[in-house]
Structure formats: structure tokens, C-alpha cells
Design a protein around this ligand. Structure first.
Ligand code: G4P
Length: 523
């Protein structure tokens, strides 16, 4: 098939939510509807079995959070869909941000009882900043939830884009009758506990007896629909793609209800892969030469394969297993033979991949977060951000004989983006994180995966800013004048560390030519 055809049939999206809204459940149902899995419980089982196979994931279990994110690929209506999971907990929002650089759309799951929750808001801001189109799914209508008009109001207020309902719920909880499909002009009947797929039943508004059977919930829903249709703009697919409208669906993931509409929305409305920005030029997906970008690195995903997997989003061209590809940063050529995609627990070997697809390349540290892969062209994709840490810890090795191992382990964890590691000139190391849970994960992983006991203690630092300047000599002067406050991160980028915010202000005033950045983009 031609590259144009392959690009046109690709959809890559991330699923985002506040913890417990139903992200895992919906993911599983999306896979069920696509036929990628046959048995409900597979994804949930994966969520559970991870804890058994990997010790540090205990943390995840203890806290009920999802630390690692993963990738699933499936086919629906002849579209190849790449679904990227994101960690729900705010302390891992950096990871989520990186995942969002690898997708063309997002699916936001909202708990109908809670509406928009803090983490949803945070993720949403990221999507808004990147102009990512969002499909909204309001979940748990089989329970007593908030009034749909009230939910819609909140979406309107908080999203910064216009919510346009494409289905409307009829009743809720024990009186949940189904949803009215505003585009198809029919009611999809809800049956509680229904776990069968492909046996959906519908009622048309022309069928008076069928509609009467819905009880008093229907007239109420009908009045609401009238209100909503009168007040809101019609759905405009172009406005969705430019992230000014979000289509809203209601349902109950656990009951397989409302899931098909969401899948259809992804196929019908979500954009196929588009051009990607590199420092040198824009890269079109339909170009012949393969390019890709590493947006996530995860070490030791499976204790049976003690390796690191670099997650690469294919940006252009056609990838074939074993073909030589060049890491534009190091100019080294690799010939990945055992490239993998991920579906539930299985790692499937892939023979080929197209723009929008995510491939996993096992490696021993040659691939780093933000690396650009090409067939020889010197390119650096931009947009993968590092955020200035908001929390800091000192770190010391317990057994001095293991100092080298600690450094190597921290290098790996730093390359993965699990933590930020800063080194001062005198060899002292400092850990930085956006969320404090990252420290716990690192302490756990240092012991469990690398066999290094480390003391992670408090630190007096409170802020870090990457420093740069158009005038190299000025930057050198700044660095040597502030030597004790300058540390370098894993890619040797210098940062100014402050113990009080006022120090930072003073430094900014004294050195007007120096840029102090709260985030660093790759490249
Ligand atoms: P998350 O990944 O966003 O954290 O959420 P997850 O899917 O794990 O769902 C959180 C809880 O909400 C789960 O219950 C799940 O069964 C429930 N849930 C998901 N969708 C629906 C729905 O449509 N209706 C209702 N009533 N509940 C739903 P749990 O008790 O935490 O776990 P479990 O014992 O069911 O596994």
C-alpha cells in the first residue's frame, strides 16, 4: 500500500483522566470492541499482574496510581489505531506531557459524579498548550452522577473550548435508559450488566411505543436535548481538529456502553499524522525517508528482559525491521531487529511501521529521550520538554564502593526522564523532580533494579533554571562567577540552582543578558 494510504488510515491518541475516572476500563473496552482482545479483564489483569512481576511497581499498587504508561495498537474499521496510556497521578505529569508529544489527539475520560477533577485540568492545560484535539467521554452513567446539563456547563466553563454533545444521556443510575445519538437521531438502549458486544439495540423517535417504554426519563432528556441544541453550536469537525470544540459522549465504560461511539469518533474525526517540526525543517509524514523521535525510555520493563526500551513515534516514511537507522545525535547506526509493539501483556515483534505508529526499540543506553532517528539526514525534532524541578533531594551512596554503580544507575534513570540528575563541579549530585513521588520510585528502583542502596535526603535548593545566552562569553562569565550554584543535567546543560526565590530574582537583575528558563526543550 502507498504511504499516503497508510498515513490516512493511522490514528494515534492518548487517553487521559484523573485517577479512577475509568481510563483502564475504557481502554479495555476499546480493545474489546476492536476485537484486539476477546476477554474482558485482560487490561485490568495486566494492571494487576505488573505488580507481581516487578517489585518497584508495588508503589503503584500501594498508591493506586499508574506509574508507567504503555502503548497499544489495534485495527478498527480498517484504521490502525495507536492508543497511548498516560499516568493518572500528577507527580508523573512530565511523563504524560512527553506522551502527548507523540499523539495527534486525546481522549479525556471524566467521572460523571466528579466532573472535571484537578488532574484532568492539569492534563487539559497541556493539551490546550499543544492544541491537541480532545474527545470527551463522561463515564459512569449507570450510577447516580451529576446532572448532564450541569456537567456540560462545567465543561464549557473549564475547558477553554466549546463542548458539543453528540450523544445525550436518558436518566442515570438505576433509571439509566440509554443515550440519544444526536447525529443518528436514535436512542441506544442501555441494558445493565450487558457484556455482549454487537448486540446493541436502538429505538427511533418515530417508534411511539418504544419511546414510551423509556418512561418519564425520556421527556426530561428530550427537553434537555432541545435546550442544548438551541444553545450550542453545531459540531464542526474542523473546529475539533483545531481544538476549539470537543465532541462529548456519555456512557458507562464498565457496561460497554457508549464505547462504540467513541471509537467511531476517533476514526471519523481524529486527524491522521501531520507534519512534525524539526529544528532544520518541517517533516511531512508522507516523505519517503524514515524519521522518528524517542519520546519515552523505559528501563527494565520486564524483569525477564533486562533492557531498556526506547519508544519511538514514527514521524515519516516506512520503517522495516532490520533497516539501518541513524541516531542523529550520536551519528551511530543501529539495525533494530527485534522492534516491538505492545498489546496488553504481549510484546509483538513488528516487521514494519508507518507514520503515527509507535515502535519500541530495545537498547542498552544508546537511545535517549528526545533522540531523532533518520536514514542519515541531520535532523532534530523539537517539542519534547523538560520542566524545571519543583522539588529537590540530596543523594549519597550508602556503600562508597558502589559510587560508580550509583552514578551509572542515575544516568540511566535520568535518560529515561524518571528523575532529573544535576551534578555540581565538585561531584556532588542533586536529584530534582516535578512530583515528589518520583523520589520514592527512584529510591525503590535503585535498590530493586540496580542493587544500590542510596540515602535520599532533604536538600536546601528550591528552584532550578536552565541558563543560556546568545553571547557565549557572557554565559562563561556567569557560570564561573556563580560556580557553586551551577550544576549540569544529564545532557550537560547548565542550570542555576537557588535556595531562595529572591536569589533567582537578584541573579536575573544582575545578569540581564542571561536567559533563565523553567523548561528546556530538546535540541
Ligand atoms: P482509572 O484507570 O481511570 O484509574 O480507572 P479504572 O478503569 O481503574 O476504574 C476505576 C473504578 O471505576 C473501578 O472500580 C472501575 O470498575 C470503576 N468503573 C469504571 N467504569 C465504570 C462505569 O462505567 N460505571 C461504574 N459504576 N464504575 C466504573 P474499582 O472498584 O476501583 O475497581 P474494580 O474492583 O472494579 O476493579
Amino acid at each position: 500500500m502507498s504511504i499516503q494510504t497508510e498515513v490516512a488510515r493511522r490514528r494515534s491518541f492518548a487517553i487521559i483522566s484523573h485517577p479512577d475516572a475509568g481510563k483502564t476500563t475504557l481502554t479495555e473496552k476499546l480493545l474489546l470492541f476492536s476485537g484486539a482482545i476477546q476477554i474482558a479483564g485482560t487490561v485490568r489483569a495486566r494492571k494487576a499482574s505488573r505488580f507481581a512481576t516487578s517489585d518497584w511497581m508495588e508503589i503503584e499498587k500501594q498508591r493506586g496510581i499508574s506509574v508507567a504508561s504503555s502503548v497499544m495498537q489495534f485495527v478498527y474499521r480498517d484504521c490502525v489505531i495507536n492508543l497511548l496510556d498516560t499516568p493518572g497521578h500528577q507527580d508523573f505529569s512530565e511523563d504524560t506531557y512527553r506522551v502527548l508529544t507523540a499523539v495527534d489527539a486525546a481522549l479525556m475520560v471524566i467521572d460523571g459524579a466528579n466532573g472535571i477533577e484537578p488532574q484532568t485540568m492539569r492534563l487539559l492545560k497541556i493539551c490546550r498548550a499543544r492544541n491537541i484535539p480532545i474527545v470527551t467521554f463522561v463515564n459512569k452513567f449507570d450510577r447516580e452522577v451529576r446532572e448532564p446539563l450541569d456537567l456540560l456547563d462545567e465543561l464549557e466553563r473549564e475547558l477553554g473550548m466549546t463542548p458539543v454533545p453528540l450523544t445525550w444521556p436518558i436518566g442515570m443510575g438505576s433509571r439509566f435508559r440509554g443515550v440519544f445519538d444526536l447525529r443518528e437521531n436514535r436512542v441506544r438502549i442501555f441494558r445493565a450488566g450487558e457484556d455482549r458486544i454487537g448486540e446493541e439495540s436502538f429505538v427511533s423517535p418515530d417508534d411511539a411505543a418504544g419511546m414510551a417504554a423509556l418512561g418519564p426519563e425520556w421527556p426530561q432528556a428530550e427537553a434537555e436535548i432541545e435546550l442544548v441544541q438551541g444553545a450550542s453550536e453545531p459540531f464542526d469537525p474542523q473546529a475539533f481538529v483545531s481544538a476549539t470544540q470537543t465532541p462529548v459522549y456519555f456512557g458507562s465504560a464498565i457496561n460497554n456502553f457508549g464505547v462504540r461511539e467513541v471509537l467511531d469518533a476517533i476514526v471519523d474525526f481524529c486527524p491522521p499524522p501531520g507534519a512534525k517540526h524539526a529544528e532544520q525543517r518541517e517533516v511531512e509524514p508522507t516523505e519517503d525517508a524514515f524519521t522518528g523521535v524517542v519520546f519515552k525510555v523505559q528501563a527494565n520493563m520486564d524483569p525477564q528482559h533486562r533492557d531498556r526500551v526506547a519508544f519511538v513515534r514514527v514521524c515519516s516514511g516506512h520503517f522495516e525491521r532490520g533497516m539501518p537507522i541513524v541516531n542523529a545525535r550520536t551519528k551511530r547506526t543501529l539495525r533494530p531487529h527485534n522492534v516491538v509493539t505492545f498489546l496488553s501483556q504481549r510484546r509483538d515483534i513488528v516487521d514494519e511501521a508507518w507514520p503515527g505508529d509507535i515502535i519500541g526499540i530495545p537498547n542498552h543506553g544508546t537511545l535517549r529521550l528526545g533522540d531523532t532517528l533518520t536514514q542519515g539526514e541531520n535532523l532534530q525534532f523539537t517539542g519534547l520538554p523538560w520542566f524545571a524541578p519543583e522539588a529537590f533531594r540530596s543523594i549519597e551512596v550508602v556503600d562508597p564502593m558502589k559510587a560508580k554503580q550509583l552514578r551509572a544507575a542515575l544516568d540511566q534513570l535520568g535518560d529515561e526522564g524518571a528523575i532529573q540528575v544535576f551534578r555540581f563541579d565538585d561531584g556532588q549530585m542533586l536529584l530534582g523532580a516535578v512530583g515528589v513521588l518520583q523520589f520514592e520510585v527512584v529510591a525503590h528502583r535503585l535498590a530493586a533494579e540496580y542493587g544500590v542502596a542510596a540515602r535520599i535526603g532533604p536538600s536546601t535548593y528550591i528552584a532550578a533554571r536552565w541558563v543560556s545566552c546568545d553571547d557565549e562569553a557572557e554565559l562563561e562569565r556567569f557560570i564561573s562567577y556563580n560556580e557553586a550554584r551551577i550544576a549540569r543535567d544529564t545532557v550537560d546543560a547548565p542550570a542555576y540552582l537557588a535556595k531562595m526565590l529572591v536569589e533567582l530574582e537578584v541573579a536575573k537583575e544582575r545578569w540581564p543578558k542571561i536567559r533563565f528558563s523553567a523548561f528546556r526543550e530538546f535540541g
